[in-house]
Each structure stands twice: as structure tokens, then as C-alpha cells.
Write a protein that binds this ligand. Sequence first.
Ligand code: FPP
Length: 260
Amino acid sequence: MFRLPFFKKSKQNKQQIDTIHNVPEHIAIIMDGNGRWAKQRGLPRLAGHKQGMDNIKDIVRTANKHGVKILTLYAFSTENWKRPKSEVDYILKLPKEFIHIYLPELIEENVQIKTIGAFDLLPEHTQQAVNEAKKRTEANNGLILNIALNYGSRDEILQAIKQITRDVQSNSLDIEKLDEQIVSNYLYTKDFIDPDLVIRTSGEQRLSNFLLWQIAYAEFWFTDVYWPDFDETVFEQALHDYQSRKRRFGGLTNNKLKQE
Ligand code: FPP
């Protein structure tokens, strides 16, 4: 699809994004800094998570506008269960609230909702709300909003190893044929291309068990901005910086790794 270059005049320092060439197809974001955002304002941590939830809609809109195909958001990790129960309970109610408020608009924008992670271990009410949203958006073919819920990369790889071993033992998989693509097919992300760009907000520069297999060749972009303040302008700065990067995938030219 041909898209006209995008110009925005309303804000200063806006980056002009080339919406035709070199837009990352898959962006994965570690949404960090909700607690500090709230603390800075003398608010309870939960207020930061609520603001973080509201911010998702704006970021989805911006991603959609620039032709991003998949937006994977790290909402709840397998390690986040270690937080106080009240905070865990609150975060796991946010998907339902998000869907309640924003689903009509997401449907309007042709967004598909998907998840990665150990879904069956989430509270029943979270599963029900998310399943409903998945069902109501399954016919959409626009941006995929992929929410990582109870996701941990090591656990994902461990489960894949177990299943591969079972399949080898039952002779449904020939170990000699096992290759990187087949391993990828055992991961939650089997239907998605690997992320091109990983963004982490709030000044932290670590991966926190996020998509470790899938981001082998991704570009990384870090910002000090807390997630609730990560707005269109900052997002476009990341897109702009990505567009100036030279990706070589270990070779000498920009030959993207073949992904079926
Ligand atoms: C990290 O910030 C954030 C989280 C663990 C939760 C992120 C969840 C949301 C943004 C809302 C999810 C909603 C939907 C609909 C998926 P932090 O609390 O670790 O921040 P801190 O490091 O400043 O304490």
C-alpha cells in the first residue's frame, strides 16, 4: 500500500518519519516506569499502571498510523508475581478495563488482539476478557496488538524444549531435521516475524526475560521517559532513529534473515 509521507506541524521537534521505507514491521516494547511516574507525582503506584494502560491506546494509534504490523507489549512477566498481591491483582484487572474502554475503537481501527505467555495460569476474569477481545477482533487484519501476559522467555524456551523432546520421543519429529525455524515454531510467537525493534522506557537497559530467542537480530532503543509519558513524539523519535540504522544480520548487506 502506498502511503504519503507523514508531516506533523503541531509540535516542535517532531521527527519526520518515512512511512514508506524501513518502518519496523514488528516492535516490542518493555513498558517500564509506571511506579516511578506515580511516585514523581505523589500518587500510588497503581495510578501509574492505570496511566500506563491508558497510554497503550495512543501508542497503538501511532504504530498503526506508521504502518507497523505487530506491536508486542510486555504487560506482565512470569517474575511479576513476586510483587505485592494487591499490585498483581490490580495489573491483572487492567486488560479487562482496557478492553472495556478501548475495544470499540480498536475494532474501528482494524486491530487484532493476541497474547503470548502462560495464559491458562492467569485469573479467570483476565482470561475471559482477553478471550472475548481476541474473538471480537479475529476477523480484523490490521495491526496486531500482541500483549505479553504472564510471559517469560526462559519459561517459553523450556516449554519448547520439553515439547520438542516429547515429539522426538514419539517419532513425530526427526531430530536430524530440527533447525532454528522449527524451534521458532514451538514458541508462543510462532505466527509472528521476529521483532525488528525493541524499546524499553524508564532508563533501564536490560531485557528482563523478554523474547530472548526472537530478538537475536533486533535493534534496541532506550529512553529515560517513563512509560505513561511515552507519547507520539518520543515514539516517532525511536522510529526515526531506527530508520537511520544499518541492519546487516551478520552479513554485509541488509539481507533480513529468512522467516517463513
Ligand atoms: C513496569 O513498571 C510495568 C509493569 C510491570 C506493568 C505494565 C502494565 C501496564 C502498562 C498496563 C497493562 C495493561 C494492559 C491493558 C495490557 P514498574 O511498575 O516496574 O515501574 P517502576 O520500575 O517505576 O516501579
